[in-house]
Write a protein that binds this ligand. Structure first.
Ligand code: GLN
Length: 192
């Protein structure tokens, strides 16, 4: 399957490598045309205000909102999580897409130390997760499925066709989270 990686800013290559590793074709998405050629989209980590600005400039912001309503699968990691959230719980405020019923606090994990790792349980298996100045989910609706939790907050959650992670699964060797997105969300959507 062709899986898109939003390629305006952030760690695009790591996601593309992970998609390839599990036997699918990564496509760098920078335009509406390429967005319409992929079965699902990953929004990488990076800097969320920059990513949002560039998405608006290219028309991808509005087009992705439209597609999300039709059930198009989207996976946002770190900054990508902020972009698709309902809103920011701390300051400064910034416009978000509102595709998933979560509110996030930017840079909540790793404010003092730049990044840290944890071993957390995902579908009965231990996986390593790395947080890099990561957003924290501080409020969420009842339709949110919590797939991984860390201390007092969920760090991998899903609402229908939208999946978001506070951490960076693309920088690990373990492809479990990408596999979940592609097999449980993108592949199932295609069958419908
Ligand atoms: N701190 C970044 C932001 O708020 C996200 C960090 C990341 O993606 N590694 O946009």
């Amino acid at each position: 399957m062709k899986i898109g990686v939003l390629a305006v800013q952030g760690d695009i290559r790591e996601h593309a490598n992970m998609i390839e590793k599990i036997g699918h074709t990564p496509v760098r998405v920078k335009s509406i045309e390429t967005l319409n050629d992929v079965a699902g989209l990953i929004i990488p980590g990076g800097e969320s205000t920059t990513i949002s600005k560039l998405m608006k400039k290219t028309g991808l912001w509005e087009e992705l909102k439209r597609k999300a309503q039709e059930g198009f699968p989207i996976f946002g990691t770190c900054a990508g999580m902020i972009v698709v959230s309902k809103g920011i719980a701390n300051y400064p405020q910034q416009e978000t897409m509102g595709l998933i019923d979560i509110y996030v606090e930017r840079n909540a994990y790793g404010r003092q130390v730049f990044s840290f790792e944890e071993i957390l349980s995902f579908q009965g298996k231990d996986i390593k997760v790395t947080f890099i100045r990561a957003p924290k989910i501080v409020k969420y609706g009842e339709n949110i499925e919590r797939l991984i939790e860390f201390k007092d907050a969920p760090v991998l959650v899903r609402q229908d066709n939208i999946l978001v992670a506070s951490f960076h699964p693309e920088i690990e060797d373990d492809p479990s989270v990408h596999q979940y997105f592609i097999e449980q969300m993108v592949a199932k959507k295609q069958v419908k």
